[in-house]
Design a protein around this ligand. Structure first.
Ligand code: HEC
Length: 135
């Protein structure tokens, strides 16, 4: 009986781990003040690798974090209007190949967005804007 109990709890733990892992893989949905907003995992990976360093609450660049702070998408600091505006700015910056900044890329060429990554973020931004409009 004891053995059955242990194996059952083992299965439960594995199932929980699976569920947790899966939710991570499909990205996360975060509910801001008045809207739901989604960043899929693939998009998040690109952002974490190539944008987040300069655009987060603890970032040293005052200007970059003031203009765009990724943490604010998830901590309820940005409401739907703000999110919509930021998505538009992201589209503009990427459309003009302005981010990450050229000066930074001279030093860290590996941080350049590949065409695929750029299209991924652009498609995501566009999709999220449409979702926000229909809320
Ligand atoms: C090396 C630091 C750095 C990295 C990496 C970086 N940025 Fe920036 N970003 C800045 C700075 C600095 C500014 C402010 C530029 C200015 O206003 O002159 C900025 C501004 C912006 C803005 C605001 C534009 C506006 O007019 O409000 C957006 C949007 C943006 N970045 C998106 C991104 C995205 C998307 C990535 C990743 C692909 C990225 N950034 C990576 C430093 C960075």
């Amino acid at each position: 009986m004891k053995r059955i109990f242990f194996s059952l709890s083992g299965i439960a733990i594995i199932a929980l781990l699976f569920a947790f892992n899966n939710s991570k893989q499909t990205g996360y949905t975060t509910v801001t003040n008045d809207v739901s907003f989604e960043i899929p995992k693939e998009v998040l990976t690109v952002i974490n690798n190539k944008c987040y360093g300069c655009h987060n609450t603890k970032s040293k660049g005052e200007k970059s974090k003031k203009k765009l702070n990724w943490d604010n998408f998830t901590n309820n600091e940005y409401n739907s209007v703000k999110i919509y505006t930021k998505l538009g700015k992201i589209e503009k910056m990427l459309g003009e190949n302005k981010m990450p900044p050229a000066k930074f890329l001279e030093k860290y060429p590996k941080k350049t967005l590949t065409e695929e990554e750029k299209q991924l973020i652009l498609a995501w931004a566009k999709e999220q804007k449409i979702a926000l409009q229909s809320e």
